[in-house]
Design a protein around this ligand. Sequence first.
Ligand SMILES: *[C@@H]1O[C@H](CO)[C@@H](O)[C@H](O)[C@H]1NC(C)=O
Ligand SMILES: *[C@@H]1O[C@H](CO)[C@@H](O)[C@H](O)[C@H]1NC(C)=O
Length: 463
Amino acid sequence: INKICLDSDESYEGVSEASFKDALVFDSSSQKNNGSVLQENGIKKHRTSLPAPMFSRNTISIWSILKKCIGLELSKITMPIAFNEPLSFLQRITEYMEHTYLINRACSLSDSIERMQAVAAFAVSAVASQWDRTGKPFNPLLGETYELTREEQGFRLVSEQVSHHPPVSAFHAESLTGDFVFHGSIYPKLKFWGKSVEAEPKGTITLELLKHSETYTWSNPYCCVHNIILGKLWIEQYGTVEIVNHSTGDKCVLNFKPCGMFGKELHKVEGYIQDKSKKKLCVIYGKWTECMWSVDPQAYETHKKSEKKDNKKQKNEELEGAENDDADDMPEVQETVSVIPGSTLLWRIDSRPPQSAVMYNFTNFAMCLNELEHGMEAVLAPTDCRFRPDIRAMENGDIDLASKEKERLEEKQRAARKERAKNDEEWSTRWFQLGTNPYTGSQDWIYSGGYFNRNYQDLPDIY
Ligand SMILES: *[C@@H]1O[C@H](CO)[C@@H](O)[C@H](O)[C@H]1NC(C)=O
Ligand SMILES: *[C@@H]1O[C@H](CO)[C@@H](O)[C@H](O)[C@H]1NC(C)=O
């Protein structure tokens, strides 16, 4: 296999807590490319697979890599590129948009509770693509951008890597019909816990439904990749996601449950919508890997009581199970969501394409994110991820070239930084400016507009 590079560029300087630098980042996102054709109805048909299947990771043991790294700062370790997936983190966060129809649905609803339900379903669906995606996306280079227009889904999006240390990615999506704006800045903070890597999803996501003059904000749940050293990699998401309606203070509180020792709660999400007097208006439940439902709080309580009786019996049996020291295996329990009578379906996940298993477990949406559609070359900003040679090479199955190119790009980035330091120059971002989120009052990167005028003068040469 190609080189196992130990570069220091991607590392966070002055690391305190952590970072297995680059290690498996998994917050979220992505999009499309090659050989798309225009169908008779004028709708573009996107590719449904990548040009090449993935390189088998079975031939590489992470442990053999880590052994060589003993004594090195954790922050200096780079995983071999075979543990990547051929997408930039900018593309990965674009995967939030996969279920844009849920935002469109929210816009069309006149009942405010139903709108909040659709927004809650969107927030959960936005992280569903992480299921079984243990590949680490490429760290974006400073100044890297990504755009995606999906006429059939009714949106366009632009994103930019606005900071390298710490890494911050800013994105801005807008409806083509003026119905909504969706934006945020994401800076995943990584913690290495020995057997796992945890990504804390720092940064706020804001959704504005313009016609309703409503704004919702939230943060994503934590995401953890287990067994990075031994055993089978698997992904868990947990934590509380609070979606706040800033006009009223109404809230939707969603609890992504940790799987627990026996896996009973694996992938489960449960929560409720409450008004400003804290009155529960509806209960929302399901799994982020499957589907979300809403139901009347009373029906929910009744159902829970009857469930509890059954569970008591089982508990005692389970307590006899022993814990495994070597690897935190993903619990086998894979029961699907049991639907409470009277529930309304809010969202259901689409099945993944047939080639998904040998293509990084990509969804249909992810398969197309790096697609260089016919005619795009002339239109995209030269900083667009689709022009990254390392990602392109990996997508084409040329892992040696990908590895070489990745090193070259990182070296080029280091050299540019040194040059700026020498000349006392500050990096300036192009499409986003640091500002304050008017709804949360916290620091946020705000889109300054104009990307789609396509004036690419003075863009940095990063590839
Ligand atoms: C894809 O999913 C399968 C089934 O869960 C898993 O075994 C495999 O490791 C996953 N592959 C990647 C690249 O994450
Ligand atoms: C959010 O706030 C707006 C404006 O006050 C209000 O009309 C709407 O009912 C609220 N929506 C939800 C879901 O609470």
